[in-house]
Ligand binder design. Sequence first.
Ligand code: AMP
Length: 489
Amino acid sequence: MYKKISAPLFDQFGFSAEILSAIKSVGYKTPTDIQQAAIPRILEGRDVLAGAETGSGKTAAFVLPVLHLLTRGEENAMYGHKKEIVQAHQVRALILVPTRELTIQIGQEVRKFAKEIDPWVKCLSVYGGVNIDQSIKELRVGTDFLIATPARFLELIKAKAVKFNQLHTLILDEVDRLVGSGFKEEVEQIIKYLPNKRQNLFFTATFPDEIRPLVRKVLDNPEIIKQDPKEKELIDQRVLTVNFDQKTALLADLLNKNDWSQVLIFCSAKRSCDNLVKKLAEKDIKALALHGNKKQHERRDVLKEFKAGNSRIIIATDIAARGLDIVQLPCVINYDLPRSPNDYVHRIGRTGRAGVEGMAISLISHHEYQHFTVIEKRNGLRLQWESIPGFEADEIAPPPPRRSRPKKKKGHKKLTKKQIKRRQEQGEDKPVSPYKTPTKKEPEKPAEKPADKPKHNAKPVPIPTGKPKKKRDDEPEKPRVNASIWGRK
Ligand code: AMP
């Protein structure tokens, strides 16, 4: 007789009946791997360092047990069996995150559960770029959950808007990004204000060396949880080599010939996002841009439209690499590569979420080959570089892409009164114009020998088109999510 193996259930954790019914009402049936590993340790009160990518269910992995701990009745002797009530200016669970989008998204996740458990649970998201007075006002009554970006939170501390006598838990989400985007100092400063007795939970997609000092300083004998790399197989990673000047055409071709319901495209700069939106519009492909130059309400609207499924394509900078949670997002395209290998993981983590398969495509031109090799190496990847017929990259690198910069306005600089006076003193008897006349450039001498070399530094670059890289013996066969995806309609 075989023993029947049943799927793990949420009731194994000893959650209160309210938490279990909240989980049921949001439709989660079985805990994800990270939830199975982290929830029992958090409920025990242990500090945790968890390696978890976005899309793995990591938010619920900390929100659910912390909600359980904060809402159970027996916690506070002062109130007998009543639940502890948050006092003015106090915060009970502090969640620090690297982006505004993530503060909003985690806030939504907390509220989603909290409203089913106890409608009195308060939750507040605070971030820079908006008026601080509103947050100060909202903090007067205290909050159970405060989700904040570090710089804004430090401002609130300095404005004496927040107190920590009731602080139970500190959560750092996306620690690698917090440290990588220069928030380490702010986080360290914030920690100095917190009471020593507290539970600390760190979640990070990657484990770069830079996070080590913070981990050592803050976590007390933490339970270290690393996710099973099997999870990564949910994302089918593709690499397409293409000439730089063919990238947009290839992108348009991919968008037209694959029926992805929604696509998130990453560019490296704000201006590149806007340019790409325009270039696609010329090919009758509608896309919206999402980047830091957009006003907060514009960014919110773009995300809202995308999440509601009203727009198909977003072109974004790394601002969207974190905090964008669309469960059914089938495809992410790296039009430009991210600078850091860690960001590659975060970008592709926008797809293949919550058990749903997805595809991540990187379009790479000759000048990006070297960088992509570094990304692969740092992430322990060995991907097959392919090309699409009609868009194959040349063997010899074409001239490197020219970065177009906004042209400086030519014009006459206005002279100061002092300069006019000096010129007049120097004998200019004509009335002196207050504008400087641009000095004429000496005509350039012709080069002595005309160069017979090609104009660009055309080094032959090996193209791995179509040919699989040599496989390691221990490398498992990578399943293709949808092999027909490249097929023409
Ligand atoms: P996260 O990794 O926290 O960004 O979560 C990714 C997505 O997975 C979110 O949309 C969650 O609502 C969803 N999710 C989290 N846990 C579960 C679960 N146990 N079952 C189904 N979906 C889940």
